[in-house]
Ligand binder design. Sequence first.
Ligand SMILES: [Zn+2]
Length: 457
Amino acid sequence: MLNQALAHARNQREQHLDQLIEFLGIPSISTLSEHKRDIERAARWLATDMTNAGLEDVEVMPTAGNPIVYGEWLGAGPEAQTVLVYGHYDVQPVDPVDLWVSPPFEPQVRDGEIYARGASDDKGQMFAHIKAVEAMLAAGGKLPVNVKMIFEGEEEVGSPSLEPFVIEHKDLLAANSGLVSDGRIVDTNTPSLVYALRGMSYIEISVKGPKRDLHSGSYGGSVHNTAQLVAEIIVSLHDENGTINIPGFYDKVRELSPEEREALRKVPYSLAQWQEETGLKTPWGEKEYTLLERTTARPTCEVNGMWGGFQGEGGKTIIPAEAGAKISMRLVPDQDPQEITQLFGAHVQQFIPADYTLEVLEHVHGWPVITPIDSPEIRAAARAYEATWGKPPVFTREGGSIPIVATFQKELGAPVVLMGFGLDDNVHAPNEHFRLEHFYRGIGTIIHYYHYLSSQV
Ligand SMILES: [Zn+2]
């Protein structure tokens, strides 16, 4: 069954490529309202292709924004695992269009790469999921797992309709695990699995003191300067090692296990690379953690901007009535972003003199995510990569956030596997491309993944 499905996928490569070219030819740019019809066309095209692939109950489902395309195959029965696949069919704008070697919506294959907007992010990668299911159904009439697929059309505009959709359709989307291919591997010879993402609490503080800006000659020395107060608050956030000083901040941090630290050491990431990227020589921060651990697996607290007082040309001798700062904290499992915002607020409050006011505004919060490296999903994914790439993947964590992954984990209680097949690929830039070999290996990896996931339980 596994081998027949793989053989079928191999035999269909030309057809799969032709279909991908057709899909990539639809300019489904979600950030530009003039492409609204193209978005709808892409959704319908996708629904037709999913139906042809053998998925059932395929539906273009309306949302407040762009439609979500849903389809399922539940023939493995209630005892089998159910996997929820997510991807997005919308793409980024193409400007500056004159830097494209071939037109962004006239896909062209050059040197084993397909060039088009969306080739890697995310049409090419999500399409591999449909083709994997198609090959398995065509070869053996069934899959070893149940599969549900949702493809959204608003990822590039921040997925405003997705979370409400997930909450509204919890029963429809119920699954044992999630599967997302919208990312990259380390390099073509080094498959990798991102098993954790950081969350975020983004806060703005503003401090108000005297009723107006005061003359520093008349009042200097008698007033606690608000800009200085904000600076004092900022200084209080870290100790000299870079450890965060907010009481309770680390209470829920899941410490890195020795196995994880060992796995992270295998990720090719060097001081030289950090130096090259930052233009600096000497890293700062928690000395007991490696650079990669600091940037991906440890929580942070960074000042993104601070303001207060006079910023214009020349001098103006005032004591500002008001000052503030924007601060983002990257969070790791199992920190709770809202709780962190509260702890932060309580910490800052103690610096505020009696007749001053403090405002704490939370702009964004997002949950951190982890699917442990010894979980059945990650183990199956690792075997699937090894079977396809001929090499076991390295395990990495990512310093940034992917909100949808946190939503799946939180709302559906499902661990999520991030199974990327891309490389740098110029995503969001001119000449976006996707290596065809990675498209085909992607299909093979997904087929193997379902096989290993089902044979493990
Ligand atoms: Zn994407």
